[in-house]
Design a binder for this molecule. Structure first.
Ligand SMILES: NC(=O)c1ccc[n+]([C@@H]2O[C@H](COP(=O)([O-])OP(=O)(O)OC[C@H]3O[C@@H](n4cnc5c(N)ncnc54)[C@H](OP(=O)(O)O)[C@@H]3O)[C@@H](O)[C@H]2O)c1
Length: 295
């Protein structure tokens, strides 16, 4: 529970009344939740959220009460929590959860919703990535980036990832064709003509990627204002994606993971009472893959 904005110390374990599922909602006994940067941005007050609040969007667990068609008590489900996933019990709405495939652990399932759908929607719904095109993924080792690399590779694109030296082998191992160490050179000096530039880094990086996009290409950012003018000067487009819940996409991605076509990298699994440490790690900006909390 977070009652005021601040550092990781404002995250406190409290005994609370369980949330009540409304019409079209299920109550889930949380087995795992994952950490997304938006969680600590809410905690710091960098993104707006009414407080007090239980943080955590990504959830995987077992249905206790179901007012959702297709789910019964005892079913394992995962997706987007409505009432906050850093808890023993959380509500989730119909359309925001899907059945957890038996081949996925709760930890793997909880790592997927926000990161996977953001990567999927950036590359396909907004980026329109096609087989044979080139995708540049900035932040290729992160929660979103490491899935984006695999989706783009799976789609038959040529994939260029960016990150620091320690993530080179990891990202190439996910299927990237090339890797640019951003600590050694400016990415746009090393890369040009990318059909889809996917920026997961934000800040100064976003505008600096303009030089890497192809004429007619697109820069999709999830982390900063889109460099619309710079892109237009290169006859390209730039768009900000705010990802959305999509049960069909989530089920599809889970099937890819279960089939072994996509792997979820879990940097660390921590118990819920170490959530403050998980936030410190996430806030460092250098986690490889996902941080997962178990309840
Ligand atoms: N708009 C939306 O709907 C949406 C959805 C999801 C996430 N987001 C936002 O997208 C951003 C990324 O999310 P995430 O979950 O992927 O974060 P994350 O897992 O915390 O990303 C960490 C990764 O970023 C890499 N990185 C840091 N600085 C870099 C740089 N200058 N160039 C290349 N890589 C760099 C790190 O690699 P190294 O250690 O090698 O540097 C690390 O692996 C966050 O700001 C998040 O809030 C937005």
């Amino acid at each position: 529970m977070v009652r005021e904005t601040g550092g990781p110390e404002v995250l406190r374990l409290e005994d609370l009344e369980p949330p009540q599922p409304g019409d079209g909602e299920a109550l889930i006994r949380v087995r795992a939740a994952s950490v997304n940067p938006i969680d600590w941005k809410y905690r710091r007050g960098l993104s707006e959220k009414p407080l007090p609040a239980i943080l955590g969007i990504d959830v995987s667990g077992t249905v206790e009460i179901s007012n959702v068609e297709g789910f019964a008590p005892g079913d394992d489900a995962f997706g987007f929590a409505g009432s906050g996933a850093y808890a023993e019990l959380a509500t989730a709405a119909a359309g925001a959860i899907v059945t957890k495939p038996p081949g996925l652990s709760h930890e793997q399932a909880a790592a997927l919703p926000v990161s996977a759908l953001t990567a999927w929607q950036a590359l396909y719904d907004v980026g329109g990535l096609q087989r044979g095109q080139t995708a540049l993924i900035a932040g290729a080792a992160g929660g979103v980036g490491h899935l984006a690399v695999q989706f783009a590779h799976y789609a038959g694109a040529r994939v260029i990832g960016t990150g620091s030296a320690r993530n080179r082998d990891f990202v190439l191992g996910l299927g990237a064709d090339e890797y640019v160490d951003y600590t050694l050179q400016a990415v746009a000096e090393a890369v040009s003509g990318a059909d889809v530039v996917f920026d997961t880094v934000g800040g100064e990086t976003t505008a600096s990627l303009v030089g890497a996009v192809a004429e007619g290409g697109i820069i999709v950012t999830i982390a900063s204002a889109p460099p619309t003018e710079g892109a237009a000067q290169r006859a390209a487009r730039a768009e900000l994606l705010i990802s959305r819940t999509d049960a069909d996409q989530l089920a599809h991605v889970a099937a890819l993971v279960e089939a072994g076509d996509v792997r979820v990298e879990i940097a660390e699994i921590l118990p819920l009472d170490e959530v403050a440490r998980a936030h410190e790690l996430s806030e460092s900006g250098h986690v490889r893959g996902k941080l997962v909390l178990t309840v």
